[in-house]
Design a protein around this ligand. Structure first.
Ligand code: NAD
Length: 414
């Protein structure tokens, strides 16, 4: 049977639902997305050709509020992947107690082969196609893999042009000049580092000098490296889709970030020799951060992993089979819905600022992020002790509890 990411999320949820008393009717609702839109649309290319692209927007569940989730541009985007990512957003927003449901969007394309003009036309047309289901109180997109603040600017402008007024609350992760929140760009990577620090504190381990390997040196991986480096850890391996660098003396994190900012890939960094891309996963390090795509740590490669802690910057990098093996080996896995929740926490702050028109200092944003994430980590850790379950199951138990409680009050319409 073909591997399904949507089934993988379902397995993770069911494991938690089996432990706590979630009513069968609620489990039934949470098995499927509430809305899935598939669109195919033409885009004029620079050479005069017209090419049709296919995109999706999935709203998984909105019982806790408007749906929230990124938009991904990648050649391997599928309906199944978008559903799974929308489901993870639902669990993540519930876990960190934001007034949001979960959504995700994606367009099947290779953005590295499109010009800026082509990307803009693709983004504006995709936005137009999914506009009937978007809105600051219904569904709010954000950046994800290979989409950026510029993509969000085009989405916001397109939505605003149709409405006839400027609507900054329609997207998050937009440029600061047009209402983007200070600290949003760094938020996900900062969160990945914060939860590692919290786990190390609980375990009584020293983060200073701990070695780190990062798969996917993009927005999340790059900033995770930066903040861990600041906390005294040593990043010794990093990869992106172009290449990988390993240096036991420690990598020049800020130089690598500058290189990616300028050239969009690590390969342009001339001072180090590239090695096998996947070798980053198997380094003898204390901490591994998969921050690229799903399905990276699987049954067939999990036994090659040597890290003692895995913090999932990416969504869904570990399959349930691999998860079980890691658990037996005593490896601590900080699950995606907790590890990378910093992004949506600050996206929520960006949305609140846009709705109110009152903008906060970066210090205020960072403090709020830190407070919410540390509190959630404490709650999850408490559940780990109470239920004798791994971090992932504890996180799902909390998310399920929160969603179930709202269903208890709201009931099922009609
Ligand atoms: P990004 O496009 O900025 O970075 C992704 C990086 O992964 C790129 O450097 C790319 O080259 C690299 N990559 C792709 N395939 C790879 C491979 N096989 N081996 C090594 N590197 C590879 O995207 P991002 O925003 O950093 O997102 C990364 C992950 O984090 C995704 O799973 C995304 O869903 C998740 N995430 C992102 C945010 C956010 O705020 N950006 C929030 C939560 C979760």
């Amino acid at each position: 049977m073909k591997f399904s990411l949507a089934r993988m999320v379902q397995e993770q949820v069911e494991r938690a639902a089996d432990i706590i008393d979630i009513p069968e009717n609620i489990r039934e609702i949470l098995k499927c997305p509430m809305l899935l839109l598939k669109v195919t649309f033409p885009v004029k290319m620079d050479d005069g050709r017209v090419v049709c692209f296919t995109g999706f927007r999935c709203q998984y569940n909105n019982i806790r509020g408007p749906t929230k989730g990124g938009v991904r541009y990648h050649p391997e985007v599928t309906e199944d992947e978008v559903i799974a990512l929308a489901a993870w957003m639902t669990w993540k927003c519930a876990l960190v107690d934001l007034p949001y449901g979960g959504a995700k969007g994606g367009v099947i394309c290779d953005p590295t082969k499109l010009s800026e003009g082509e990307l803009e036309r693709l983004t504006r047309r995709y936005t137009t196609e999914i506009m009937p289901i978007l809105g600051p109180h219904s569904d709010i997109p954000a950046p994800d893999v290979f989409t950026t603040s510029k993509t969000m600017a085009w989405m916001m402008d397109t939505f605003s042009m149709f409405k006839g007024y400027t609507e900054p609350a329609i997207v998050t992760g937009k440029p600061e000049a047009m209402g983007g929140s200070l600290g949003r760009k760094q938020a996900t990577g900062r969160g990945v580092a914060i939860v590692i620090r919290e786990l190390y504190n609980k375990l009584g381990w020293r983060l200073e000098g701990a070695t780190v390997a990062i798969q996917g040196f993009g927005n999340v991986g790059g900033y995770a490296a930066f903040f861990l480096d600041q906390m005294g850890a040593k990043v010794i391996a990093a990869s992106d889709s172009s290449c990988a660098f390993v240096d036991a003396r420690g990598l020049p994190v800020t130089e690598l970030m500058d290189c990616v900012e300028k050239h969009q890939c690590l390969a342009a960094y001339g001072k180090l020799k590239s090695c096998d891309r996947d070798s980053v996963l198997y380094q003898d390090v204390d901490i591994l951060i998969p921050a690229a795509l799903e399905n990276q740590i699987r049954k067939d490669n999990v036994t090659d992993i040597k890290a003692k802690v895995i913090s999932e910057g990416a969504n869904g990098p570990t399959t349930p089979e691999a998860d079980e093996i890691l658990e037996k080996q005593g490896i601590h896995v900080i699950p995606d819905i907790l590890a990378n929740a910093g992004g949506v926490i600050v996206s929520h702050l960006e949305w609140v600022q846009a709705l109110s028109g009152l903008y906060w200092e970066e210090e205020e944003i960072n403090q709020r992020l830190e407070k919410r994430l540390v509190r959630t980590f404490e709650e999850v850790w408490y559940k780990v002790q109470e239920r004798k379950v791994p971090l992932r199951t504890a996180a799902y138990i909390m998310a399920l509890d929160r969603i179930n409680e709202v269903y208890r009050y709201r009931g099922i319409f009609p």
